[in-house]
Design a protein around this ligand. Structure first.
Ligand SMILES: [Zn+2]
Length: 393
């Protein structure tokens, strides 16, 4: 079954500790959720960051804000003894405070405790599952270890503010801090009940086709139909999908033309790419760059590329998962591993070769949807598990 691990502490005691802190955890989570923080509103995200920074300082964290112009500031907080062994003595805990929800969402999607379909208690609200509850779990796990005198390594908690828009400004900081650490724990939601050991890589492109406008009745032959040409391009790129290799190319939005009686001079499409293997990224980037038109009077221009490399199921990540599975067994629940087509900031750290375990946050459903919620009964066991993983070093 599971590998046995010499535990420096009893997991059941951690679970009891997590249960004692559950009310405070829920309180902190609700405070974070009630400060709405859409990625594109710096002032709003900064208010949420300030709340998290104050909490981190209250726990004895050494807080550093990485100021940003366009997005919310990034919060780095270090806990525990400073590492004397470099990366070996450090873990990066990675989360984000931005959400996909615009200001005012709380009016129609209030943050509240209530019951779900099966009578289970849930915390509802924008950004609960993705991922402010995960942030509250991390703070609670750090507090538990500190209180118990079990924090024997340096924990670097990094909370970013632009994850939901692809981490354009935080990526460099994420990668720099990850390189200083032996392992990365990502506070994104679990996949069902499972931790995530693999994620697909993500790319996006915009395709623009230019043709020649003409009157569809009077001058048909003079026109070069950009929409027709775009349709051919869409067929071409869609044909790169290879489900066996885990490659999907999906044209998500498209448009063009002006009036039905005008041969369109412009057409465009936006494309989503997912890959399992890093090598497929370069291969498909080259294919996009080499796209050609059939009608030589049309031209095609592409922009975009791979945004997140895949998080491959590496040996280091599997080793972390097996440790977590053994600790979960001590706590009395089975822990599965899962892969997902969605990307996270764990993709960046894993691609650097740093063992990365993801999905260590809350259990629930409805990320980016109006029924976003977290199941409360899983909070204490998952927080105890997170604390146990942090306490192993
Ligand atoms: Zn997220």
């Amino acid at each position: 079954m599971h590998a046995t691990i010499d535990l420096p502490f009893p997991m059941r005691a951690l679970l009891a500790g997590a249960r004692r802190k559950e009310a405070a955890l829920l309180d902190l989570a609700q405070k974070l959720v009630r400060v709405e923080s859409p990625s594109d509103d710096k002032a709003a995200v900064d208010a949420c960051v300030a709340l998290a920074a104050a909490h981190a300082r209250g726990l004895g964290g050494r807080v550093k804000l990485h100021r940003q112009k366009k997005f919310g500031d990034l919060m780095e907080a270090r806990f525990g003894p400073k590492s004397k062994t470099g990366a070996a003595g450090r873990t990066l805990l990675l989360g984000h405070l931005d959400t996909v929800w615009p200001l005012g969402t709380l009016k129609t999607m209030p943050c509240r405790l209530g019951t779900g379909r099966l009578g289970e208690v849930r915390l509802w609200g924008p950004g609960t599952l993705d991922m402010k509850v995960g942030v509250a779990m991390a703070f609670t796990a750090i507090e538990m270890l500190t209180d118990a005198g079990m924090l024997n390594q340096e924990i670097v908690l990094l909370l970013t503010s632009d994850e939901e828009v692809g981490s354009p400004v935080s990526r460099a900081t994420i990668e720099r801090l990850a390189a200083e650490c032996a392992q990365v724990f990502v506070l994104e939601a679990a996949q069902g009940l499972a931790y995530k050991t693999a994620r697909k890589g993500v790319g996006d492109w915009r395709i623009e086709v230019s043709g020649v406008a003409a009157h569809a009745g009077v001058d048909f032959e003079k026109g070069a139909n950009a929409l027709r040409e775009l349709a051919r391009v869409i067929e071409t790129v869609s044909g790169w999908t290879d489900l066996k290799r885990g490659v999907t190319v999906s044209v998500g939005v498209a448009g063009g033309g002006s009036k039905s009686n005008v041969v369109p001079a412009e057409a465009w499409a936006e494309v989503d790419l997912r890959i399992v293997r890093k090598a497929d990224g370069g291969r498909i980037e080259r294919k996009f760059a080499a796209l050609k038109t059939v009608d030589k009077r049309c031209t095609v221009a592409v922009s975009g590329g791979i945004n997140r490399p895949p998080m491959e199921r590496t040996r280091g990540t599997v080793r972390l998962y097996r440790q977590a599975r053994a600790l979960a067994a001590e706590l009395g629940f089975p822990l599965e591993e899962a892969s997902t087509g969605g990307g996270s900031d764990g993709n960046f750290t894993s691609a650097l070769g740093i063992p990365t375990l993801d999905g260590m946050g809350a259990v629930g459903e409805g990320a980016h949807a109006s029924h976003e919620s977290v199941v409360v009964e899983h909070l204490a066991p998952r927080t105890a598990l997170l604390a146990g993983m942090l306490g192993l070093r």
